[in-house]
Design a binder for this molecule. Structure first.
Ligand SMILES: Cc1ncc(COP(=O)(O)O)c(C=O)c1O
Length: 469
């Protein structure tokens, strides 16, 4: 990697006049990367320097860099400046650059990611330093496939305090993401004789794929305004639900259905997997506690750091019923012999120091503010759209005005540079719910959020038929 920066100003041949300076600069940098003149890893000049060289505003350069980072051509790291992304390759090896007119994604309102710019870098670094300083030598060897005891102890306390989970450290298995937690549970269910798994009729395709890959046949369970229709859990041997905040409809499981699901699991000696992916983020009231506490011997509680910290950590946790523990731990041992110890120790330190709680509080305030902004902007700009579900989590279900279809809404948003997801993208069966978008408010960084929402509202207002305005 080069430590001095590329001499861009001379080679760019920019015409520093007119309103298209930024677009021109972006294109020149893309061209330079595509033709191989700028190699992966090459450091670009600081925006101030390049702006002086080219005689243009520093903001113009910073915005161009930002855009190219978003497109994946450049990467920006604190302390190491802006570099040509290691994944940016010469022409012929990658698709043509994103078009500059309609269709380019400037604002990502798809669900799935928290705002990773909120990641508590300093607290994480401090915790990592403490963790490594204190780590016994055995932490650097092969260990218990369940994970480090320090993290399992910290989580047992944290989950009991914050989510009402009944957990002891010996029942906790640290995994690499809910995807692995789910795979281990499904595989052990399958080898224990289970054949059919109930999954909510709306959810992540990936999760359905992971479950199906273990050999289980999937039965979609309808979801409505009261959450999963638990009365449809007949004929399945196990089920996965998102009781605190159905993904993606955004409703909590109604109390009578919670009771029914617990009875279904307990009375039939079946397994219910509680996917509590965003249980800490409820804004209108105290979050409903985890269902697991009602039947810890029949409900496996699954949590993740993907929403609370960052999906890139690939850290999640399972609280496993005693009778399934041995099989799940053996499946984890065979899968990877245990998750990486250093991140586990760091998270344990973060929790013990109270920094994890502080981070969650900070994120909760930020996402609450964003959700309120989205709801208010839609109310003003597209009054016939309706935000369904409770005030929670990192995404909202936006039911479209009468006469507006999901594909048209997605395309209209894309025309304005905004990416959103159609509800149909999550359906296990043909559409049952009224047309809607799933709008994530985690991904755009703070400074871009209101523009993203304004553009989405303008796009929806544009395609709303006059009769429903
Ligand atoms: C419904 C649901 N479950 C679980 C997860 C977490 O998945 P993982 O821990 O594999 O990143 C997500 C994250 O997007 C989710 O939306």
């Amino acid at each position: 990697m080069s430590d001095t920066w590329a001499n861009l100003g001379i080679g760019l041949h920019l015409e520093p006049a007119g309103r298209r300076v930024r677009a021109g600069l972006e294109q020149r940098i893309r061209d330079a990367i595509q033709t191989g003149r700028l190699q992966p890893g090459t450091r670009l000049p600081p925006s101030r320097t390049l702006a002086l060289d080219l005689g243009i505003a520093r903001n113009t350069v910073a915005e161009a860099y930002g855009q190219l980072v978003a497109e994946g051509w450049l990467s920006a790291r604190q302390g190491s400046g802006t570099r040509v992304s290691e994944h940016a390759v010469a022409a012929g090896d990658r698709p043509a650059p994103a078009p500059t007119a309609a269709g380019r994604v400037r604002y990502d309102l798809r669900p799935g990611q928290p705002d990773v710019t909120l990641f508590p870098r300093s607290a994480w670094l401090a915790a990592a330093r403490r963790a490594l300083t204190r780590a016994p030598y055995d932490a650097l060897g092969y260990g218990d496939p369940r994970g480090r005891i320090e993290l399992r102890e910290a989580l047992a306390g944290y989950l009991a305090r914050v989510r009402g989970v009944r957990a002891t450290p010996d029942r906790i298995v640290i995994c690499s993401g809910f995807v692995q937690s789910l795979a281990l549970l499904c595989a052990t269910q399958r080898s224990g004789g289970a054949r059919r798994l109930g999954v909510e009729a709306y959810g992540h395709t990936l999760h359905r794929e992971v479950a199906a890959a273990t050999g289980l046949a999937l039965t979609p369970i309808p979801v409505d305004a009261a959450g999963a229709a638990t009365y449809a859990l007949t004929g399945v041997d196990a089920a996965v639900l998102t009781p605190a905040h159905q993904f993606p409809l955004g409703v909590p499981l109604a109390p009578e259905r919670r009771r029914h699901a617990v009875e279904w699991a307990r009375d039939g000696d079946r397994l219910l997997v509680e996917d509590d992916y965003d249980g800490e983020f409820r804004y209108d009231r105290q979050a409903v506690g985890a269902m697991q506490a009602l039947a810890p011997e029949h409900i496996a509680y699954a949590g993740t750091a993907s929403k609370s910290l960052a999906p890139g950590l690939r850290l999640s946790w399972l609280v496993v019923p005693a009778r399934l523990l041995e099989a799940v731990v053996e499946a984890k041992r065979l899968a990877d012999a245990g998750s990486g110890a250093l991140d586990q120790l760091t998270l344990a330190e973060l929790i013990a120091a109270g920094a994890y709680d502080r981070h969650i509080r900070r994120c909760r305030l930020e996402y609450q503010r964003r959700r309120a902004h989205l709801v208010a902007a839609l109310h003003r700009g597209v009054p016939d759209a309706r935000v369904a579900g409770v005030a929670a989590g990192l995404q909202a279900l936006v039911e479209l005005p009468a006469g507006v279809g999901e594909d048209d809404a997605v395309a209209a948003a894309r025309e304005r540079g905004v990416a959103v997801e159609a509800l149909a993208a999550y359906g296990a069966t043909a559409q049952m719910h009224a047309p809607a978008l799933v709008v994530g408010y985690g991904t755009p960084p703070q400074h871009a959020f209101s523009t993203a929402v304004a553009r989405l509202c303008a796009a929806l207002a544009d395609i709303t038929p006059a009769s429903s305005r």
